[in-house]
Design a binder for this molecule. Structure first.
Ligand code: FES
Length: 498
């Protein structure tokens, strides 16, 4: 086991979220060097770390897995060949360590013989005492070293972790993530919320081409895209068709802004459509396996149904499941798109998706609390952002949901389940009792008063990044309030939903 561990591996070893270790590093409670944590420092903070202590990790993982959808069920042991390669690698390390121990034994034996020889020389009588002393000390130390102590649980767990998972570091962005089970490198990165460049997810487009800098990757899925022999020799491979055998460092582009995501046109099928409330419909679209939707959490797309009835809608799911895309559609009487979706759209019908669009995305580099202000059906893009934030293990999240009526807070159980499962997730809902889509001067005042009270009661908000989503009128009023409070524009993100 190496003396220095990455934050990702250390978190997995002691069974906590990365954010918990990051907090300890920031507060000076835990020492780190170049983003790595020393084993001693880790054991100082978690002296009772045991093999079974994975509760926190499992808790976070369950939430992430719920976001990731059904594909998680396919996760089992790594591919047999990958497993064999990792065990072989572990065997090599073990045999190297044994060889080293043997060499040290021989060295010790020779030293002992030398001391014996010295002891028998008459002219060294004055040093005999010292030699004797030295021999007894060596004897005692060797006996102590040979005693079978208790194995370090972290070392055992680290060996297991090396068999079950591999760690990947991406350059130049320095993102890192673990590859579990049979996941391809692309799937593992998506699960960890890292937007690596890709297109089809199925080995056809070549957009996920990356280069190995160190470590070993293995092709586990067929791909039609051709990588020339020359490129293969230089370490190029496809992220969607390969997994990591050992810990790997690779060069791959990561989408840092909306401009990095290409415009796409996809024909998806209706997988499910059902009412969440009288006025809100949950639409679940599934893209073809080889043509998935690449987007950033919080973005929207144009949906086209029937004879070209279209609407721009926020995506209500996480980019970590790029094949299953969810929408919350508000009934708007007289709107041709909404009428079609509510009254005529059936299972397996085709819906065209175009996009993605919009800049309502997470400021991932910010370490400030995430404060979400949701108004009625503004929950859709916020749900996508929160699921993505949980993939990134960002935990200081405040969610305030304001409804025109109780019915407008249409998925309170989702928000409550986040708050129940996470220590630093705070959720509060407010029923306003007036229609947020038709504000007048009096209602604006009432709305501001409620927001003022919320801000006064939660000290995290003033230090946080604020994300506001809802109908345009409401969003404008609330944005103006925060800017008026002195929030810089870079810390206030807004999204108007239909
Ligand atoms: S994403 Fe298209 S080839 Fe990998």
């Amino acid at each position: 086991m190496s003396d220095m561990l990455s934050i990702t591996r250390a978190a997995r070893l002691v069974g906590v979220a990365r954010s918990e270790l990051q907090k300890k590093i920031q507060s000076g409670e835990m020492a780190s060097h170049d983003g790595m944590i020393g084993v001693d420092s880790l054991l100082n903070c978690y002296p009772n770390a045991e093999l079974e202590d994975t509760s926190e990790f499992q808790r976070i993982n369950q939430i992430k897995e719920r976001s990731f959808g059904k594909r998680v069920l396919e996760r089992v042991l790594p591919d047999a060949e990958v497993l064999a390669a990792r065990i072989t690698e572990l065997g090599k390390t073990l045999s190297l360590s044994q060889e080293q121990v043997n060499k040290f034994n021989v060295l010790l034996h020779r030293l002992w013989e030398k001391l014996d020889q010295l002891e028998t020389q008459d002219d060294l009588s004055s040093s005999k005492l010292i030699i004797n002393d030295l021999k007894s000390w060596i004897k005692k130390e060797v006996e102590l070293a040979m005693e079978l102590g208790t194995a370090n649980p972290l070392a055992i767990k680290d060996s297991m972790l090396h068999v079950m998972t591999a760690q990947v570091t991406v350059l130049p962005s320095k993102h890192d993530f673990l590859v579990d089970g049979r996941d391809s490198l692309l799937e593992a990165a998506m699960r960890a919320g890292i937007p690596l460049n890709y297109g089809c997810s199925g080995g056809n487009c070549g957009l996920c081409k990356a280069k190995v800098v160190s470590g070993e990757v293995k092709k586990t899925r067929h791909h039609d895209f051709v990588i020339s022999h020359e490129e293969q020799d230089r370490g190029y491979f496809l992220l969607c068709s390969n997994t990591a055998v050992s810990d790997v460092t690779l060069e791959a582009p990561v989408a840092g802004s909306v401009q990095d995501i290409p415009f796409q046109q996809i024909e998806a099928k209706v997988k499910m459509s059902g009412h969440i409330s009288d006025d809100i419909l949950l639409l679940h679209l599934q893209t073809p396996r080889t043509h998935r939707l690449r987007f950033l959490a919080g973005q929207r797309v144009t949906l086209r149904v029937g004879q070209s009835f279209s609407s721009q809608l926020s995506i209500a799911s996480c980019p970590c499941d790029d094949r299953n895309v969810l929408f919350h559609i508000q009934r708007q009487t007289g709107n041709l798109f909404s009428d079609y979706v509510f009254d005529r759209l059936k299972l397996n019908d085709t819906v065209e998706i175009e996009g993605p669009l919009g800049e309502f995305i997470l400021h991932e580099k910010s370490t400030r609390p995430l404060c979400f202000f949701v108004f009625d059906n503004g929950f859709a893009p916020v749900k996508s952002l929160i699921e993505h934030a949980l993939s990134l293990e960002i935990e200081n999240i405040r969610l305030y949901w304001f409804g025109s009526s109780q019915q407008h807070i249409y998925l309170p159980n989702v928000a409550h389940s986040w708050a129940d499962a996470l220590d630093n997730f705070y959720y509060e809902e407010h029923v306003l009792g007036f229609d947020l889509r038709s504000l007048n001067a009096n209602r604006e005042k009432m709305l501001i008063k409620v927001i003022e009270n919320v801000v006064a009661g939660d000290s995290h908000i003033i230090q946080g990044d604020v994300y506001i989503a809802g109908a345009e009128l409401t969003v404008n009023v609330v944005e103006k309030y925060f800017l008026g409070k002195g929030f810089p524009k870079t810390r206030v993100s807004v999204e108007c939903v239909k």
